[in-house]
Write a protein of this length. Structure first.
Ligand code: SF4
Length: 679
């Protein structure tokens, strides 16, 4: 797009890709984004990654959905908004009448704004009378939320993205930070270049492994043995912070007892790392204020919550919680994953983590929303909804901005389940894999067309401004939900992003004190106290409502393990140049050139074992399906492990992963352990 800078206008907004939440000044000419510049405010302070800087051309992509679609005899036809919304509301009413709210499910979205997520769950809870509301955080960090809610209090990052730059000691566990949260990864790299110590726990090398002081390349699923062994060393060498433990925690004696057998020798045997490295990592971790970043390498396991609890124990015994540059920090993947959780896009909570089964909360919400008979029972989760659909017990599914036909485990099961629905509605910006299966498709707005707020992974609530106006007949997502509310007979009084934000702040104690004017120049981190945001949580330890909990956790083996027939472990993850299901990044030429196709990474030991070489095609087969793709040699992958990025529809790795075994508390599927054979 030809332009001169004097011809453009500049609009500042929040990046629509990852949870770092970089602030971007977009230059716009003729309703088209022509350039992106990093803003000099937190959290990115002048930095952008390749996706933020160059990944915006999908906004004007010719494949954008521009009008509603209705499927007839297996073929989509163009429909008017009136037709599409009438069909949806008729089916909704019929399903409510014939089967009740439990037969209806709704997937909200970590890509949509807080205002959209809040209104979406309000509509389904208050009007449709179902708590079957969930979103894809279920598939990634709900284990972290569950664990940290219990051990510390808040199920979110305790510290801030911008603190990464000045870290003293950094532990990165199960998180390829330079690819998944690139700007934060850069800050950590700078910290290490300035002298910070770095410990990495992973099943394969990441971009920072070479500069790490210790790289613990563990066997899949053995995190607890390793972290407990670090706790063991810190206790036996008296490297812990006794005063902090006595004053602020409970459960130390039980923890001490529980880690007795988790010696460095035991970790060496179970995790496949040297015992000296375990000792070295424990000594480094306890040598100064340490921050922990954790990712889906921890959470997407049958014992995901326990993995996070183990890291929380480690941080607490060293007194790292409630300190700048410390804490336990789960890194949220999507631009507004944190916000979707905060807004109650979960089956068991209203906004601000207020429990649906608490009678006082129910009464408060009924009064505030002016509705009756809110369900006092928690709804079901993403994977449970798919199971219910497969049994013909759920008839109607509304999907806003999610693509379960790529993100969910055991995709063949998902695909056949979705065929059972009476009506599948998908609201999205492109005809995604899931939208292609829908009965009704509603064209939605992308991040650059929205007005509202996103919350970054560090609890920073930030403004989202309209950079360009949407194409064709596309309606603002908020307006689509408002129209559904109107047609279903609910009188929603607040109808603009700002008034809806004010409404949600009023009913959500966690958001008390927030307003558009407060976050106008630079975002503010919740909770807001006396008009000021909280950069790191738990600073005033004397003010803790309860002491932090040290909770013993034991290593539990995965249910599905390798055997003679399926002798290798498959693990999945992300790459820098693509984003989630590629619905956006896959429509940006520059990003595709950098990472155009799927591949299977393995080291040369494994290649030798299976008599293949770099660049050969390979079929990976699990108990649920098979995919064929190209081999890419990567020496840094753990022996016996094959790694495949999950972005590509041409090799749907989630056809292999399982949905049978869920983490018991958070119901997160075990994506990271999948026994396979290689053919
Ligand atoms: Fe966007 Fe994340 Fe890159 Fe920042 S790091 S520019 S938020 S994708």
């Amino acid at each position: 797009h030809q332009f001169r800078h004097w011809e453009t206008k500049i609009v500042k907004t929040t990046c629509g890709y990852c949870g770092v939440g970089c602030q971007i000044n977009f230059e716009v000419k003729d309703n088209t984004i022509v350039e992106a510049h990093p803003a000099l405010v937190k959290p990115n302070v002048g930095l952008l990654c390749v996706k933020g800087k160059f990944g915006f051309s999908y906004v004007n992509h010719p494949e954008r959905l521009t009008h509603p679609l209705i499927k007839e005899n297996g073929v989509f036809r163009k429909a008017s908004w009136n037709e599409a919304l009438s069909l949806i509301t008729k089916k909704l009413s019929d399903t409510m009448k014939n089967y009740g709210g439990e037969a209806i499910g709704a997937f909200s979205s970590g890509k949509c704004t807080n205002e959209e997520n809040y209104l979406f769950q309000k509509f389904f809870r208050g009007v449709v009378k179902t708590n079957n509301v969930d979103h894809c955080s279920r598939l990634c960090h709900s284990s972290s939320s569950a664990a940290l809610g219990k051990t510390l209090g808040y199920g979110a990052m305790s510290n801030s993205v911008h603190e990464g730059f000045d870290s003293k000691v950094v532990l990165i566990s199960g998180e390829n930070i330079r690819e998944t949260h690139p700007v934060l990864g850069t800050k950590v790299k700078h910290a290490v270049q300035k002298g910070a110590k770095l410990i990495i726990i992973d099943i394969r090398d990441i971009d920072l492994s070479e500069i790490a002081d210790v790289f613990l390349k563990i066997n899949p699923g053995t995190d607890i043995a390793l972290v407990n062994a670090m706790v063991n060393v810190i206790i036996s060498e008296r490297l812990y912070n006794k005063k902090y433990i006595d004053e602020n925690t409970e459960g130390f004696e039980a923890l001490k007892e529980s880690v007795k057998d988790y010696t460095p020798e035991y970790a060496e045997k179970i995790c496949g790392v040297s015992k000296d490295d375990v000792i070295k990592a424990a000594r480094i971790y306890s040598s100064d204020v340490a921050t922990t970043y954790l990712g889906m390498g921890n959470t997407q396991h049958i014992n995901g919550s326990d993995n996070v609890t183990a890291l929380s124990n480690l941080a607490l015994i060293c007194g790292n919680v409630g300190k700048e540059r410390g804490g336990v920090n789960p890194l949220r993947g999507q631009n507004n994953a944190q916000g979707a959780c905060d807004m109650g896009a979960f089956p068991d909570i209203y906004s601000g983590y207020q429990k649906v089964d608490d009678p006082k909360v129910k009464e408060k919400m009924e009064k505030f929303w002016n509705v009756e008979n809110l369900s006092p029972f928690a709804g079901i989760t993403v994977v449970e909804m798919i199971d219910k659909i497969s049994k013909n017990e759920m008839k109607f599914l509304y999907v806003m901005g999610e693509n379960p036909l790529m993100t969910d485990p055991n995709l063949n099961h998902v695909r056949s389940a979705l065929k059972n629905l009476d009506l599948l509605v998908v609201q999205d910006i492109f005809l995604t894999e899931t939208a292609a299966m829908a009965d009704v498709v509603l064209p939605a707005t992308c991040f650059a067309e929205k007005i509202g707020t996103f919350v970054n992974t560090g609890r920073r609530v930030q403004r989202v401004r309209q950079v360009v106006t949407p194409p064709g007949e596309v309606k603002m997502d908020l307006d689509i939900i408002l129209e559904l509310m109107d047609r279903m007979g609910y009188k929603q009084i607040n109808r603009t992003p700002e008034t809806i934000f004010n409404e949600l702040c009023e009913v959500t104690p966690l958001y008390s004190g927030l307003s558009y004017s407060l976050i106008e120049d630079e975002g503010v981190q919740w909770p807001v106290i006396n008009g000021v945001g909280t950069e790191f949580l738990y600073e005033d330890l004397s003010n803790l409502k309860r002491k932090f909990s040290l909770i013993p956790v034991e290593l539990v083996n995965s249910i599905e393990v390798v055997n003679d027939e399926y002798p290798y472990y498959l693990s999945t993850g992300r790459v820098l140049y693509q984003y989630h299901t590629r619905s956006m990044s896959g429509r940006v030429d520059g990003l595709n050139e950098k990472c155009p196709e799927p591949y299977a990474e393995m080291n040369s030991n494994l290649l030798e074992k299976i008599s293949k070489k770099d660049g050969d095609m390979i079929t990976i087969k699990s108990r649920r399906g098979e995919i064929t793709l190209k081999i890419k040699i990567r020496e840094g992958v753990k022996d016996g492990v094959v790694f495949v990025p999950f972005h590509f529809s041409s090799a749907l790795v989630n056809e292999l992963t399982g949905s049978e075994f869920l983490e018991p508390i958070s119901k997160t599927p075990e994506y990271k352990i999948c026994p396979v054979k290689l053919i």
